[in-house]
Each structure stands twice: as structure tokens, then as C-alpha cells.
Ligand binder design. Structure first.
Ligand code: DHB
Length: 309
């Protein structure tokens, strides 16, 4: 079975990787992802400098997924760029950045541009957990300005954006019109469904501390929203912009569904947190079994081929 896939000039031996934020913040976590059967990895979204992040508890597992409000806890941009520079020969890698302002994104993009390492950059426009900072991806005009300025300095390496979920057909169309105008290599759909509230009836309490319990939802809750976003952007964007599906992947069948909607790769977040890195070999095996039963021998045999009624 051939599970290989490509984005820009990078080839991947299978479509599986982590979602940014899931087990990719520390050196040990990144090193474990480097060794696993996932074909690639993305680093925790970086800010120019180290951040402690929000007060704990800031992540909780629930029966149908996870809720988090980490607050961009990360080691700082140089740490992640350094990790990539030392390891990009082992696997194709993604570097994620999430500046708190445009200047921060431009400063990090400039350093990434100047690096001799080869990698893909995921510009995160969708962090929902910073108090007083709305998500760039929900401000269409601002998204255009950010992309205009980033593409002025970031010209050589493949660049993609991580988007928040959209819920209105007009929003899909407006965002696609903007994204089309840039030489993006990929879009990642979706980030967590922002500002959900999970509560414990027994203790009559929220389960995470920041923002009185509000946080980004991932896991089973979000799969239909993720598939809708993957599908719509696959239809609306030129085929040169690949889709990375993220949201609600617990099994090989979920991977298959994302690919059927048009994803070229998939990212695993909540279930990677719950099950740890061995999830990737299970997903790979389950995807192969489904493909075998359906007589598919490669991803191109069914990618994007979702039927309408
Ligand atoms: C964080 C959460 C996100 O969903 C994201 O895209 C970036 C950062 C966080 O809280 O650290």
C-alpha cells in the first residue's frame, strides 16, 4: 500500500502528523515525534520569546475530546527553529509561528526565511486563548494585510496558514477569495472550536482555570466541523493550495474521511494527547485496512472524491 503524499516540493511517506500544540512543546516531545511512524511533525506555535502561558490547570480531557487554554506557552522561536535546523534531514518538518502582533510574525518569518534549513512554515492565524486578542482568522481584512506583509519577506520556502473553523458559507467564500490571492502551499483546517465551556456537574465547577473555564475544543466534538472546513476549502481554493485536515481524528476511518473530503495530510491533536505517539502506527494500519477493502492502492485513488446525493 502506498500512503505517500506531497505538499509543495516536500514528499511524505504517509499523511500522518501531530497537530501543533499536541506533544510538541519540549525537546523530548519533539524528539519522540521525530522517531515515530508519523511522516512529519509540526512544532508548538512559537512567539519570539519564551512564554510561561496561562495558569494551570489549562488542559483537560473529557469523554468526547479535550478543552485547553494554554496561552501560547512555548520555548520561544529560536528553540524551535534550532530544533528544525538540527533535524530537517530526518523527516520533512513544519515550523509553527503565532505572533501576538504583526511585527512579531514578521520578525519570526524573516528569521525563518534566512535559515538554511528546508521546512514548511505554518502561520497560525487562529489562537483563541489570548485575552483581549481576537483571532486574526476571524478578521478578513486583517488576514489579507498579514499575508501581504508576510509574503513580502517570505519568498522561498513553502508557507501555509492554520485557520479557525468557519460556520457560514459566506465566510468560507470570503476567506477563500483572500487566500487565493497568495502563493500559499497549504491551509490547515481547523484549529480548535474556540471558547467552549466544559463543566463538571458533580463539583459544579469549570475544569480549567484560565478565562473562567472557557477554552478551545478538540476531539470527537469537532469532526463534522473540521470535515466541512476541509471540504469547502478544497472546493474553493486552487489545487496548488493543499489542505491539511485537523479535527476529530481518532481512527483510520477518520483519516480516510478527511482525505475523502480533500485533505492531503492530517494532523492529530486531542487523541494524540490521550493515546500518545503510538497512535500513529494504529492509524496507519487502520487506514491501510480500509483502503485494502475498498481496493484503493494509493491516496490519489480517493482523495477529494466525496460524493454528493
Ligand atoms: C494555543 C491554542 C491554540 O489553539 C493555538 O492555535 C495556539 C496557541 C494556546 O493556548 O497555547
Amino acid at each position: 500500500m502506498d500512503l505517500s503524499t506531497n505538499i509543495a516540493n516536500f514528499s511524505f511517506k504517509n499523511p500522518l502528523m501531530n497537530a501543533s500544540g499536541a506533544l510538541c512543546t519540549s525537546y523530548d516531545e519533539l524528539n519522540a515525534l521525530l522517531g515515530g511512524s508519523n511522516s512529519s511533525l509540526v512544532t508548538k506555535s512559537a512567539t519570539p520569546l519564551y512564554r510561561e502561558g496561562n495558569p494551570m490547570p489549562r488542559y483537560a480531557e473529557t469523554p468526547l475530546g479535550t478543552i485547553n487554554s494554554m496561552g501560547l506557552a512555548n520555548q520561544g522561536f529560536d528553540f524551535y527553529l534550532n530544533f528544525i535546523e538540527n533535524n530537517y534531514h530526518q523527516k520533512p518538518l513544519f515550523l509553527s509561528i503565532a505572533g501576538l502582533c504583526l511585527e512579531d510574525n514578521l520578525a519570526m518569518a524573516k528569521k525563518a526565511h534566512e535559515s538554511k534549513a528546508e521546512f514548511l512554515l505554518e502561520l497560525n492565524l487562529s489562537c483563541p486563548n489570548i485575552m483581549g486578542k481576537p483571532q486574526t482568522g476571524y478578521d478578513f481584512q486583517r488576514t489579507r494585510e498579514v499575508l501581504e506583509q508576510v509574503f513580502e519577506i517570505y519568498t522561498d520556502k513553502p508557507l501555509g496558514v492554520k485557520l479557525p473553523p468557519y460556520f457560514d458559507m459566506v465566510h468560507f467564500e470570503q476567506m477563500a477569495e483572500i487566500l487565493k490571492q497568495f502563493p500559499l502551499s497549504f491551509v490547515t483546517c481547523i484549529n480548535s472550536i474556540g471558547n467552549g465551556l466544559y463543566i463538571d456537574a458533580q463539583t459544579e465547577s469549570v475544569v480549567i482555570k484560565p478565562k473562567d473555564g472557557f477554552g478551545g475544543l478538540g476531539g470527537e466534538y469537532v469532526k463534522p466541523t473540521a470535515l466541512a472546513n476541509v471540504r469547502k476549502f478544497y472546493e474553493l481554493l486552487p489545487k496548488s493550495i493543499k489542505i491539511i485536515g485537523c479535527g476529530g481524528i481518532l481512527s483510520g476511518k477518520d483519516v480516510f474521511e478527511h482525505l475523502l473530503c480533500g485533505a492531503s495530510m492530517v494532523q492529530v491533536g486531542s487523541q494524540l494527547m490521550k493515546e500518545k505517539n503510538q497512535i500513529f502506527s494504529r492509524l496507519e494500519k487502520e487506514l491501510e485496512e480500509i483502503m485494502y477493502k475498498k481496493n484503493y492502492s494509493k491516496i490519489e485513488d480517493f482523495k477529494g472524491n466525496l460524493k454528493s446525493l
